[in-house]
Design a protein around this ligand. Structure first.
Ligand code: GLU
Length: 405
């Protein structure tokens, strides 16, 4: 056998594997080895997909809807998506102005891959979801991360945006409610960012609205294309059924945006994965057209868990956690633990050390904030039943109190 050189694509070779999936894999390995890990690491709802959605999928199989669909998605689903954007977001949308992809990730990747060239820049406010900068790098462009501090609610300010824009800026990625901080942009905050974008017509906006339905305390969700219709022509508004209807494994994301962009994304997808799973598309159709009670029930459950987790984390020695307005993540500073040693004798130099020691010594999996571009923080996904969440909080508290200088 000849030894073939293992030469990878240079962008892929330079990219990091998904930090969230690395932790998901670590948890799975430990569980397979019989360790009772409580996972607060993966960002996915713990609820079952609603029964009527599951039944629609089974009916689709029996009805023989098991073949390729159009690349951009089944027309009835695209009509339901257009109706959703009009109904919930005030975006007048034709079905032709939508696209269905295999998960929200594919929407984002397709949009970036369809538009980025070497030398292009993409503004990514930090903390960010782990995959944004890596996707940008995979497409051969440069992610320009803009630090957003806890003092600014982890949100991008108009000044910081204005300073980050250059002639090479191609996109700004906004994610509200945010993964990992749970921050939610108000109408006024979006309007202020819109004023900056209006001065820079070469910048596109990717609005990742996947946590749209998870806003708490009556906080109202708004999206940029609705707040500033003059930006709609250069905004890709993306969403999906994963978080709203507990359908992460079905892999259905969707978007609306300008025709030129949707057509480019469709061309790319047609040479890549083709249309999303036909069964999943029928399930998504049932989710979008069926009763919406599930969405508000889930919101109430998450709000209750948010209150529990924030209160409990703030009791933990060395932790400090602001109350997030949305999503299902708490983003807690663990600065007070840095430089200390865990009860198991591990020096906690970074938030990653804290996360790994928590996993090994307390059997609780969380994500280190530095994976999301801001340390020392811990991202706690409270998408888990109340009893397990309370046990995890107890274990975190014991871990923190057991640390020594
Ligand atoms: N978006 C979720 C998270 O942040 C799922 C994992 C992923 O795709 O990164 O945990």
């Amino acid at each position: 056998m000849t030894d073939l050189p293992m030469r990878l694509n240079a962008h892929l070779a330079a990219a990091q594997p998904s930090a969230t999936y690395r932790m998901i894999d670590r948890v799975a390995e430990r569980k397979a080895a019989g360790v009772a890990v409580i996972s607060l690491s993966a960002g996915e709802p713990d609820f079952d997909t609603p029964v009527h959605v599951r039944e629609a999928a089974i009916a689709a199989i029996h009805a023989g809807h098991t073949r390729y669909t159009q690349v951009a998605g089944l027309r009835p689903l695209r009509e339901a998506i257009a109706a959703k954007f009009a109904r919930e977001n005030g975006l007048p949308t034709r079905w032709q102005d939508t696209i269905v992809c295999s998960g929200g990730k594919q929407v984002i990747y397709n949009a970036l891959a369809a538009t980025l060239n070497p030398g292009d820049e993409v503004i990514v406010p930090a903390p960010f979801w782990v995959s944004y900068p890596e996707m940008v790098a995979l497409c051969g462009a440069r992610a320009v991360t803009v630090p957003c501090t806890e003092a600014s609610g982890f949100k991008l300010t108009p000044e910081a945006l204005s300073n980050a824009i250059t002639p090479r800026t191609r996109w700004l990625i906004l994610n509200s409610p945010s993964n990992p901080t749970g921050a939610v942009y108000s109408r006024a905050e979006l309007q202020a960012l819109a004023e900056v974008l209006l001065r820079h017509p070469h910048v596109l906006l990717l609005s990742d609205d996947i946590y749209e339905h998870l806003t708490f305390d009556g906080e109202c969700f708004v999206t940029m294309a609705q707040v500033e219709p003059r930006l709609a022509e250069r905004t890709l508004t993306m969403n999906g059924v994963s978080k709203a209807y507990a359908m992460t494994g079905w892999r259905i994301g969707y978007a609306t945006g300008p025709q030129w962009l949707l057509q480019a994304m469709e061309k790319l997808q047609g040479q890549q994965t083709s249309g999303a799973s036909s069964i999943s598309q029928h399930a998504a159709l049932a989710a979008l057209k069926g009763p919406q009670g599930f969405v508000s029930e889930v919101r109430q459950v998450f709000q209750r868990r948010r209150d529990l987790v924030v209160e409990r984390l703030n009791r933990g020695f060395g932790l400090r956690c602001a109350r997030p307005a949305g999503a299902f993540y708490a983003f807690a500073s663990c600065e007070g633990l840095i430089g200390r040693s865990s009860a198991g004798g591990r020096l906690l130099r970074t938030d990653e050390d804290v996360a790994l020691a928590l996993l090994d010594e307390a059997q609780v999996a969380v994500m280190q904030g530095s994976a999301f571009g801001l340390g020392p923080y811990l991202r706690i996904a409270y998408a888990i039943d109340d009893a397990s969440l309370a046990r995890a909080c107890d274990a975190i508290q014991t871990f923190c109190e057991g640390s020594t200088p």
